[in-house]
Design a binder for this molecule. Structure first.
Ligand SMILES: *[C@@H]1O[C@H](CO)[C@@H](O)[C@H](O)[C@H]1NC(C)=O
Ligand SMILES: *[C@@H]1O[C@H](CO)[C@@H](O)[C@H](O)[C@H]1NC(C)=O
Ligand SMILES: *[C@@H]1O[C@H](CO)[C@@H](O)[C@H](O)[C@H]1NC(C)=O
Ligand SMILES: *[C@@H]1O[C@H](CO)[C@@H](O)[C@H](O)[C@H]1NC(C)=O
Length: 918
């Protein structure tokens, strides 16, 4: 079984093995709607008469069981308990011999009620089979009386939320204790050594076992009849001990994945003649792959070594391992070519060599006899596929991952014979061809399709909607033309960004399930039809940026009005997290479209023709906004004060609108901008999700920010490093509020081209992370505050075209700005780098500026401390804004950021030195 998001290796692996990942397993099974018939329940309809004592025992046992959904045990009624679900009696004696209360995925429900095992169950003397897996026993210890079942041969207590203790049961053949936390057991090593010699199957995966393998008594004791040993997902460490495996000659399956085992496998491994399955994945097994393979038992069928540290190249004599059906060597450091011997493995059905350093050509030879191959993953190597255009492969693949293999320039014709494909990933395969006509018919069973980052041309077929199994279609960065056709009904993920898709959006998308709709950088025009509203109800990410869309956005989620929301039954929620409409020709007032979108984190309407006031509800109804990008529109009026309620806001870009009024002090209250550490949010998870979903490679989801006078492109996860406040190019009046100094984390502040007056506030030194400050083209006056010079990260400054006066401070960071154009248009500024001399410039001590109202050096440094501490206070919100600075705050500084601490102390030392000199 494979999970559609092929990138998620772990998940796919976990779900393909029955022993790992209980929660994932549950979720996946539920999600994928796999309804396996509860076979065991059928077996209960046998004849046989129930013993009254056993019936009573079962009934009191039932009392303690809060069975999920309560369904199974509700059939426990009537006299003949042998007919109850999950109960099986002996035909001969009428005794209950089997109790199967396993919870099957389709019955699974999260309940808060846990169960108890009543000792009454002991009355079932002849019980030989007990399965309580996937129930919830609330973490309690496995009751000691369970050790009294003398006849028990099969015991499955896995995934049942039991605490430690291994039962000592003398007849046991099959024991499954997976997900039982055994680390709390007094001495699990000893408990293991007491397991009976009759044991055939032992599952102890996910039991928190922490030891070296040589400490395991299973090697030294008489567990020589073990057929299956499963110790996956524990903390076993060190090498696999030489010689100890030798005794376990009955072993057929050995599961040791997800531990910390190191080194090469021992030579004695070869003596385990019966071993068919060996899983050592996700360890740190190292050494030469050829040497390792020499030590494998001859009849091995399934070898899983993915995510280890193996190196060397695959030997050609691999052709002798004719029993191999599964070979998984992904995520190692293998080099060299794929040997042609590989093509002789007639039983091979699963071949995974992903993410190694393999080179060379893939020829027909390597596949000659692979008639059973169903899953092929060669992605992320440096392989080039060179097969004859008429080649008809001997196999019918279901899963194909060939990303970053060179398959082009022609579209691989051999795909035409692969009509069973459900997953096809050929991203970055250097295909520069037209999509062949047969393609869409061949992939009629596709679930996951990724052909991104090629130069594939052609149009999307109008029959796309008939790909009824499709969940993800990822075709970004190609040269596809034509209109967006109606989509498959179950489609969850569509990425057609960076193509030449044109024409309007369809009136009917054909799906209501879509979560990701990424259409950026195309030629789509027309309006967004309101008929799409109820089809977008599952949408989380909508990227329509860089198209030619016009008109108003439809009013989709009118639920903004909570009063109506309750009465309107048709009302659907909005799950949008990212809404990207950058650079279209959209118009109208600020779209009501978003009013019900509580989750919205990223909203970009920049470079459109929106107008009108910015509504106050942005601040209250979109509490999760991290990015609000409205640049280059025609919004007018005041900036609503309620915006300051956006606690997570990291980038506010309102540049080039017609906004007026003052910058209200409360406006600079954005909590996120007061944090100097990287601010992570839900959006981070989402963006990381986008990136991951694309087969492990990053989608060109990016954000342009103008800072330091340049347009910088931030891609994907990098966007979380931006903290920017850009209000430039509006008609804002009044003074810059001194509270701005609280935005300790801010990196870019641009207030240029407004009509701001007053002084540059001295608190500017609070902007400790500032890299770019542009206050040009305003009506600011007074002196440049010397506090500005403490901003050590400042690399871009522009104060031109104001009415600033006095000496330009030449202290600290300001020393590094030599370009006089950053000061031009201020006729009363003097001193370097301007050519104008300040009057009375003779004294040598003049490099520290004097303030008009007795601003001396110590108050300068005091205010520096204030600015700094202020940012700190805002972070924790415990101290108020205007407090006297105290040296003790430096101690806090130390915890946050050594760099600042060092800087401050240096300054302090220098100051002291200077004061003494005076
Ligand atoms: C009971 O008898 C049925 C057939 O009558 C048989 O299929 C089943 O295996 C028997 N069960 C046991 C426990 O012997
Ligand atoms: C500030 O904004 C103006 C106008 O939007 C722009 O021209 C300038 O480059 C920006 N300044 C910086 C330092 O990025
Ligand atoms: C510039 O500031 C000076 C005082 O520093 C004032 O006299 C003058 O009127 C101002 N000029 C403008 C254009 O605002
Ligand atoms: C500062 O801004 C002025 C006016 O916008 C511009 O002419 C000058 O080149 C800018 N200086 C720098 C270094 O960006």
């Amino acid at each position: 079984m494979f999970v559609w998001s092929g990138n998620n290796k772990t998940m796919a692996k976990l779900t393909s093995s029955t022993t790992h990942g209980v929660l994932l397993l549950h979720l996946c099974l539920l999600l994928l709607h796999i309804f396996s018939p509860a076979l065991s329940l059928e077996t209960t309809k046998l004849r046989g008469s129930c013993l009254a004592s056993e019936r009573d025992a079962l009934l009191s046992f039932k009392e303690g069981i809060n069975y999920p959904a309560g369904r199974l045990l509700s059939s426990w009624e009537g006299q003949d308990c042998c007919r109850w679900r999950g109960v099986m009696c002996s035909n001969r004696t009428g005794h209950v011999v089997k109790l199967d209360l396993r919870v099957y995925p389709e019955e699974f429900q999260w309940t808060s009620m846990s169960s108890d095992i009543s000792p009454s169950i002991l009355a079932l003397e002849r019980l030989n089979y007990l399965d309580l897996s996937f129930n919830d026993f609330g973490g309690q210890q496995i009751p000691k009386f369970m050790g009294s079942f003398k006849n028990l041969k099969y015991l499955n207590l896995s995934n049942a939320n039991f605490g430690a203790w291994l039962p000592h049961l003398s007849s046991l053949k099959h024991l499954d204790m997976s997900y039982v936390n055994l680390s709390a057991a007094v001495d699990w090593v000893q408990a293991l050594s007491m397991l009976p010699a009759s044991l055939r199957v032992l599952h102890l995966s996910n039991c928190n076992l922490n030891a070296t393998l040589s400490a395991l008594p299973v090697y030294s004791s008489n567990l020589t009849s073990l057929v299956t040993l499963d110790l996956a997902n524990n903390d076993f460490h060190g090498p696999i001990p030489d010689g100890l495996l030798g005794n376990m000659t009955s072993l057929e399956e050995l599961w040791l994945g997800s531990n910390d085992l190191v080194g090469m496998i021992p030579e004695t491994m070869k003596n385990l003649h019966k071993v068919k399955v060996l899983d050592l994945s996700q360890n740190q097994i190292s050494g030469d792959i050829a040497k390792l393979m020499e030590r494998l038992p001859h009849k091995i069928q399934s070898l899983s070594l993915w995510a280890n540290n193996l190196n060397g190249s695959l030997p050609n004599w691999i052709e002798n391992m004719t029993s191999l059906s599964t070979l998984d060597l992904g995520y190692n450091s293998l080099i060299g070519p794929i040997p042609s011997g590989m093509g002789k493995l007639t039983n091979l059905s699963y071949l995974d060599l992903r993410s190694n350093h393999l080179v060379g050509k893939i020829l027909e030879d390597q596949f000659t006899s692979l008639t059973r191959l169903e899953m092929l993953d060669l992605s992320n190597n440096s392989l080039t596929m060179e097969v004859h255009p008429n080649w008809i492969p001997p196999f019918r693949l279901k899963v194909v991952y060939l990303s970053y293999c060179k398959l082009g320039p022609h579209f691989p014709a051999w795909i035409q014979s692969q009509t069973n494909i459900t997953i096809l990933s050929m991203s970055s395969a250097r295909i520069t061809d037209k999509l062949p006509n047969w393609f869409w018919n061949v992939i009629s069973q596709i679930r996951y399709l990724d052909l991104s980052l090629n130069e594939i041309s052609g149009v999307l077929p109008m029959t796309l909607e008939f790909l009824s199994t499709a969940e993800s279609i990822i075709l970004h960065s190609n040269q596809l033309k034509g209109r967006l056709p109606k989509l498959p009904m179950g489609l969850l993920y569509l990425d057609l960004s960076r193509n030449y898709i044109s024409g309007p959006l369809p009136l009917n998308l054909g799906t209501v399930e879509l979560s990701y709709l990424l259409l950026s950088n195309n030629l789509i025009n027309g309006t967004i039809p309101s008929s799409l509203c109820n089809q977008l109800q599952s949408l989380e990410i909508l990227d329509l940026s860089n198209n030619h869309l016009s008109g108003q956005l439809p009013q989709c989620w009118t639920s903004g009005n909570s009063f109506r929301a309750k009465s309107d039954r048709r009302d659907v929620g909005c799950y949008l997290v990212i809404a990207h409409f950058y650079n279209n020709s959209l118009s109208g007032k600020f779209p009501l479209f978003f009013r019900g979108c509580q989750q919205l984190s990223f909203l970009a309407l920049s470079y459109n023709n929106f107008f009108g006031n910015l509504p106050a509800w942005i601040g209250t109804r979109l509490p999760n906004l991290v990015f609000l990008l409205l640049k280059y529109n025609m919004f007018f009026g005041y900036i609503p004060i309620k915006l300051s309620k956006l606690d997570h806001l990291q980038v506010l870009d309102l540049a080039h609108n017609n906004l007026s009024g003052t910058i209200d002090p409360s406006l600079v209250n954005f909590k996120a901008m007061t944090l100097t550490s990287l601010y992570t949010s839900d959006l981070h998870t989402y963006a990381a999700g986008i990136v991951e979903n694309i087969d492990g490679y990053s989608d060109p989801f990016s954000l342009f920010v103008i800072t330091k006078g340049q347009i910088l492109e931030y891609q994907s996860d990098k966007i979380f490093f931006i903290l920017s406040l850009d209000l430039s190019g509006n008609s804002l009046t009044g003074e810059i509020p001194e509270q701005i100094g609280a935005l300790t984390g801010l990196k870019n502040l641009n207030l240029s081209a407004n009509r701001l007056t007053g002084n540059i506030p001295e608190t500017i030194n609070g902007l400790l992370s500032l890299e770019s400050l542009d206050l040009s083209n305003n009506e600011l006056f007074g002196e440049i505050p010397p506090t500005l010079s403490v901003l050590t990260f400042l690399s871009h400054l522009n104060l031109s075209y104001n009415n600033l006066s006095g000496r330009i401070p030449s202290e600290g960071q300001l020393e590094t700005f030599l370009d006089p154009t950053i000061y031009i248009g201020n006729s009363n500024l003097c001193g370097p780098p301007t050519s104008k001399n300040c009057s009375g410039d003779q004294t040598t001590m003049s490099d520290l500026p004097e303030h008009e109202d007795g601003y001396d050096m110590s108050s300068f440094y005091l205010s520096m401390g204030l600015g700094f501490a202020m940012g700190f206070w805002m972070v924790f919100g415990t101290l108020s804004f205007k407090r006297t600075w105290r040296i003790t705050y430096f101690l806090f500084v130390d915890d946050i950021c050594d760099r600042i601490y060092v800087f401050m102390v240096l300054k302090w030392a220098r100051l002291n030195a200077r004061i003494k000199k005076k």
